[in-house]
Design a binder for this molecule. Sequence first.
Ligand code: ARG
Length: 460
Amino acid sequence: MSKKLWGGRFTKSTNKNVEEFTSSIDVDKKLYKKDIDASIAHVKMLKKQKIIKSSDAAKIIKALSQIELQIDKGSFLYDESLEDIHMNIENSLIKKIGNIGKKIHTARSRNDQVITDLRLYTKDNIKLLNGSLKNLIKALLKISQKNIKVIIPFYTHLQKAQPILASHFLNSYIEMFLRDMSRLKHTYEIADVSPLGSCAGAGTSFNIDRKLTAKLLGFKEISRNSLDSVSDRDFVADTIYSCSMLMMHFSRFCEDLIIWNSSEFGFIKIGDSFTTGSSIMPQKKNPDILELIRGKCSSVYGNLNNILVNLKGLPSSYNRDLQEDKEPLFSAFKTTMECTSIFTETIKSIAFDANKIKSSIDSGFMTATDIADYLVKKGIPFRDAHKITGKIVLYCEKNNQILSDLKIEEFKKFSKKIEIDIFNFITNEYSIESKKSFGGTSTVMVKKSITKYKKIIDKL
Ligand code: ARG
């Protein structure tokens, strides 16, 4: 005869290896607080609906609170043979208060219980992650404001393109992180639906009040179809996808900073406390944190792949495969959260090296487009202006000169329309300040964006 809580129809006890194989307690013990919260809400509802007696409900709630305290303190003894956190808590409840404890699973199944817990856990963690992202954006805004005068090149194909404000570059990542925040907010809404009361998948014959448990647990709404509710893990995939997108943004940001930190570029210096040394080469100061964040992005992508493959082709309703949903979700949250906070600290330690940048921005013909625009404004069609400017660049390259080295007579050889005022147009400062189009890199525009971000972030 099986001793399991579900053992009634079994004549033999479970094989030891099977117990070990099917157990998920090492992973899902993380959900204990949510499991207890959900059980308390469930019991309150059973009492209100007169499905269990008031005095029984009080005893169950008291015992559940004691169990929570025990787990908090680390004195709770988990039993692997009890499979998961739900069974461990229920078993302990029954041990504490006997037969009354056995009433808790009325009008409930582990199928709706586990997914209620996981939704609650996900909601909490999305809030935490969004809070950290808000801190990161605030830190970036400060750096952006502080460096409003720093001019850097931006690159396309890793070739110098045009001069921009460093703040414009930083703001581009603020945009990405704001998108991450709204993606996470949307994911939160998707998770904010109570499945409790769906039971095994068909609902229940008891007169339960699903709206009440949802309200007690802080869910915005209740799920509409019990069968879908017990196997819906879309919110898990959505959450990991949101984390993946954020990690992808981090990995790109890290890559930019790693390149800029190289001695060949030298645009930035990372604070000593946020770099590491080499065990053999004494001169090294490596951007290991940034490289690790870039590397950890792949583990979150792995988590996303894991859940998507788990869900593919799964038959309707609950299947035990779904027990495997927790590891990728927990792992994605852990990695993304850690990366967000260490990245925020690291970015605060970064300083731009104006001298190094200066030596770089004067080469590379970054204001060539401004010459083409100059010619267009003097009546030359853009394609022709582009060709003329290309020839000027070629001439400079052959003579090992930069644009500002040319004499006006030399310029005039390429087009009679070029006048002495060309020299104003080819400065980096002019180039930047002329980009007044909405979303462009001029100081006015960048300052406007900073003000806008501050307003947005205050409301988040
Ligand atoms: N530990 C299980 C999980 O995480 C709980 C649900 C078990 N349900 C079942 N029908 N065996 O999915």
